[in-house]
Write a protein of this length. Structure first.
Length: 118
């Protein structure tokens, strides 16, 4: 079955950077679109970014210019580089498979916590 395992979350100061990783198994990784969602306390899950099998990317307006999604097909891993972090970026970040481009979700990972605070 599909398994998505996120890592790289943690505590960072405003203006700082973090890189999230998601190791995937149980899928033909290089043929799959993948993405990231997030959920802050008391809020609904929201789309962050996605990347197609061909490397086309799509971002939420709130992270455009600050976050970069990328993939390494040799490692079956997708990344989310987050720069210029703000307190409002604090959330649990989930790795997902994208079944309907660019935001339709198939499977979810277990999530990794990102906290932006001084």
């Amino acid at each position: 079955q599909v398994q998505l395992v996120e890592s790289g979350g943690g505590l960072v100061q405003p203006g700082g950077s973090l890189r999230l990783s998601c190791a995937a198994s149980g899928i033909l990784f290089r043929f799959k679109s993948l993405g990231w969602y997030r959920q802050a306390p008391g809020k609904q899950r929201e789309f962050v970014a996605s990347i197609s099998s061909g490397g086309i990317t799509h971002y939420a307006d709130s992270v455009k210019g600050r976050f970069t999604i990328s993939r390494d097909n040799a490692k079956n891993t997708v990344y989310l580089q987050m720069n210029s972090l703000k307190s409002e970026d604090s959330a649990v970040y989930y790795c997902v498979t994208v079944t309907v481009w660019p935001r339709g979700v198939g499977s979810w990972g277990q999530g990794t916590q990102v906290t932006v605070s001084s």
